[in-house]
Design a protein around this ligand. Structure first.
Ligand SMILES: *Cc1c(COP(=O)(O)O)cnc(C)c1O
Length: 447
């Protein structure tokens, strides 16, 4: 099997996700073969810093000795056993551990495989909760520019035109509040507390009118990631929590992207002292090793599903691989490493460094905005007069491809350059990534 054959077969047989295959097949693409720490190596032996944590999931680097060992140990026992009505050791231990490390009001763990499914579970649980209480409610409140995954329920509460408008005939009804960052920038020129108050007032007004039809408010936690790294005004989350409580509506927090240290704390909601009714976790949960997600919920919601068998109050949801033994074993070890190696404490100075270094990007004529929440960064490119580039110009991709020439692997969101390196990246490599990106922006746009 030669390299050219692999490249040919990749283009012939493999339909890639979120990818225009016509364009993909015309280009040279990276085919990764192995990883080591923050580096990925392709089949041609080229080395790249994984500056997007393999799409936002890797935390401790690749090929991590402790995660490898945990996986091998579990593999030598059993790879998978069903959790529909029976159980397995790592899934039990992980559930207990997740309850211990998450906000206090969350006491139960429902497993799934991907972020999108953890959102489906949250939506269905919330809807079913009111059903079991004998109430008929069917409306969800979400945000413009939201991204909660690509399955139909998650798309219904999503708000990214480009991804979601195609399917609109298939979606259930939602009420959408403005995207906080976009709204605040347009109206106030910045994120500020007046803007936060105005947004919260809109929510309050809506719930006053139609609160009794509303199942839940669903939000990403602290930042709209897939929309291009759009942070919320500080205190917005807390405000939403208070209002949802006041109106007896559930709050679903999607921490799929922000969970497991990305914002500097294990979960972003800790920073605002918020405990949601349902919390979705995915991406970093296994350190980026295996597909696993969870929906955490409260005792109150759990209890409403209890009844005699014949009452059929229970939650009819679960997949073949729900609570997979290998995934849970790795996730358990991941939490242990985070704690024992003080990964989040060691992240703090790197977040500061990143903040300092990002200031340099404003010197570039084509940088319109720089946004950061912890270790999540979006650098928005535009024409020199601030107008956006045309979608078909693929400026973001061109800059990302340029970075590859100097060994940095990125995937942009449109013309927003995303940086989200593994939490363990060293300061020198972090600066190298930033310098490479700065160089690439100049190379592509200023020659
Ligand atoms: C990525 C993401 C999802 C979807 O997770 P998948 O594992 O890709 O299904 C959901 N919500 C948020 C906030 C995400 O960033």
């Amino acid at each position: 099997m030669g390299l050219e054959e692999l490249e040919r077969w990749d283009k012939e047989f493999f339909w890639h996700p979120f990818t225009q295959m016509k364009v993909y097949r015309e280009e040279e693409n990276l085919i990764f073969e192995r990883g080591e720490g923050i580096y990925l190596y392709d089949i041609k032996g080229r080395k790249f810093i994984d500056a997007i944590s393999s799409l936002w999931c890797n935390t401790l680097g690749h090929n991590h000795p402790r995660l490898n060992r945990a996986l091998k140990e579990q593999l030598s026992k059993v790879a998978h056993t069903t959790t529909l009505g029976s159980s397995n050791v790592p899934a039990i231990l992980l559930a207990k551990e997740l309850v211990e490390v998450s906000p206090k009001c969350l006491t139960k763990v429902f497993y799934s495989e991907d972020g999108a499914e953890s959102v489906e579970v949250a939506l269905k649980l919330a809807y079913h909760y009111f059903k079991n209480l004998g109430e008929r409610r069917r409306l969800f409140v979400s945000l413009e520019n939201a991204y909660h995954g690509d399955t139909i329920g998650a798309v219904s509460v999503g708000g990214i035109e480009l991804f979601h408008s195609t399917y609109k005939d298939l979606l259930f009804e939602t009420y959408k509040l403005p995207s906080p960052y976009v709204f605040c920038k347009e109206k106030y020129g910045k994120l500020c507390s007046e803007c936060k108050e105005e947004l919260l007032e809109k929510l309050r007004e809506f719930l006053k009118r139609r609160g009794e039809e509303v199942v839940a408010v669903i939000l990403e936690s602290g930042i709209q990631a897939a929309a291009g790294m759009l942070p919320f005004p500080k205190g917005f989350l807390r405000g939403v929590r208070e209002i949802t409580k006041e109106f007896g509506v559930l709050l679903i927090l999607d921490e799929v992207a922000t969970g497991f240290g990305r914002t500097g704390t294990l979960f972003y909601c800790e920073q605002e002292g918020v405990c949601p009714d349902l919390m979705c976790l995915g991406k970093g949960i296994t350190g980026g090793y295996l597909p696993l997600a969870v929906t955490l919920t409260t005792e109150e919601i759990f209890k409403v599903f209890l009844g005699e068998f014949g009452e059929a109050k229970h939650f009819y949801h679960g997949h073949t691989y729900t609570g997979n033994n290998l995934s849970c074993a790795v996730a358990l070890e991941h939490l242990k490493v985070l704690r024992e190696e003080k990964i989040l404490e060691r992240l703090k100075p790197k977040i500061k460094l990143l903040e300092e270094e990002l200031k340099g990007f404003y010197e570039l004529k084509n940088v319109k905005d720089v946004r950061q929440l912890g270790f999540m960064v979006g650098i928005e490119l535009s024409r020199e007069d601030g107008r956006p580039f045309e979608y078909r110009q693929r400026v973001g991709f061109k800059v990302a491809y340029k970075c590859r020439e100097r060994g940095v692997f990125l995937r942009p969101l449109g013309d927003v350059m995303v940086l989200m390196p593994p939490l363990v990246i060293d300061e020198e490599s972090l600066i190298y990534v930033l310098n490479t990106l700065r160089w690439a922006i100049k190379e592509v746009l200023q020659r």
